[in-house]
Design a protein around this ligand. Structure first.
Ligand code: FAD
Length: 290
């Protein structure tokens, strides 16, 4: 099933993102987690791709296994930095061969974070080039891409960022998924600006339930997402009380999602960080809202 056909504000789809565990035991645990999540009827699950191709086989194997063993629709993330065109072609063929219908086409970052993003000789420099490559090679994936309500960390201007996003969508994207955000105003404002700029594909909000104080500090530093002052103060007060902090994170994300759904989003993508209980609580509450 192609994800582009599943994104519909009248029946929004919940999706869960995982990263490939390092060990076989970790993968088995993840498969158990997926069994627990199945009753929530996710629209799809996605599996991330390690910077520079570090999880190349693991990502392909995991999406294949999830689709084969659980029947849940899957999407493979794919980053172009660090790969030649031949390697990318081969990976895309493997995904097609495994009957994977959906790819999130990304540039990625350098494996040693902080270095400028440089393609290998003859490789692809940006996600737009990867989208063009996939379309030119006639792979008929449903293609998603990334977008950034608060602007991408490397861009000086949010208007430029939007112009580049328009080019990426025009190259052949069917939908985009946002970077995480904790204040819905960023998402609503971004959607309005994107529509004005002629970007008409579904814009799926990406939500990360906060479950750990240090981790969220690290993540937001890396991706530039703003944590509202009031939430920051609440998190600081609870940083020595892990259970209470998770409850706060779940409550905040649930309120965010309720508002997003009330205002007609086509789906919600959860960055689970492979910790599903928080996401399970949120989605259970969302499903009970009708
Ligand atoms: C939903 C989601 C999932 C992700 N999954 C992964 C993953 O699995 N693995 C991983 O490694 N990373 C992942 N990332 C992170 C992503 O790889 C980084 O944010 C990366 O820095 C940018 O990737 P991109 O695909 O958005 O790049 P691009 O769309 O290529 O944009 C990168 C930068 O280039 C700028 N730009 C674009 N076109 C031009 C142009 N013509 N001229 C000048 N500047 C331009 C953009 O404004 C932006 O600043 C994910 C991000 C999101 C939001």
């Amino acid at each position: 099933m192609k994800i582009r056909n599943r994104l519909n504000p009248s029946d929004p789809c919940f999706s869960f993102e995982f990263f490939p565990p390092k060990t076989d035991a970790g993968t088995d645990n993840l498969m158990k987690t997926l069994e627990e999540l199945a009753p929530l009827e996710p629209g799809f699950v996605s599996v991330t791709y390690g910077a520079g191709g570090s999880t190349r086989d693991k990502t392909v194997d995991l999406v294949t296994r999830i689709k084969g063993e659980t029947g849940i629709e899957t999407m493979a993330h794919l980053t172009c930095l660090g790969h030649t065109r031949d390697e990318l072609r081969e990976l895309l063929r493997r995904l097609k061969g495994a009957r994977i219908d959906n790819v999130l086409a990304l540039r990625g970052d350098m494996p040693q974070g902080g270095l400028p993003a440089e393609p290998v000789d003859g490789g692809l420099a940006r996600a737009t080039d990867l989208v063009r490559f996939i379309r030119d090679e006639d792979f008929d994936f449903s293609l998603g891409g990334a977008c950034y309500p608060e602007g991408h960390v490397e861009t000086g201007s949010r208007d430029d960022d939007l112009r580049y996003l328009k080019a990426k969508v025009d190259a052949g994207l069917d939908f985009v998924i946002t970077q995480l955000f904790f204040d819905n105003a960023f998402y609503f404002d971004f959607v309005e600006r994107a529509r004005r700029a002629g970007i008409n594909v579904p814009i799926v909000p990406g939500i990360m339930p906060i479950t750990n104080y240090e981790q969220i500090q690290r993540f937001t530093r890396m991706c530039g997402a703003t944590v509202p002052m009031r939430l920051t103060l609440q998190l600081e007060r609870l940083k020595e009380q892990p259970d209470a902090l998770v409850q706060l994170g779940v409550a905040h994300a649930t309120v965010q999602c309720m508002e997003l759904l009330a205002r007609g989003v086509p789906g919600i993508h959860f960055y689970t960080l492979n910790k599903s209980p928080a996401t399970r609580m949120i989605v259970s509450a969302l499903k009970a809202r009708k």
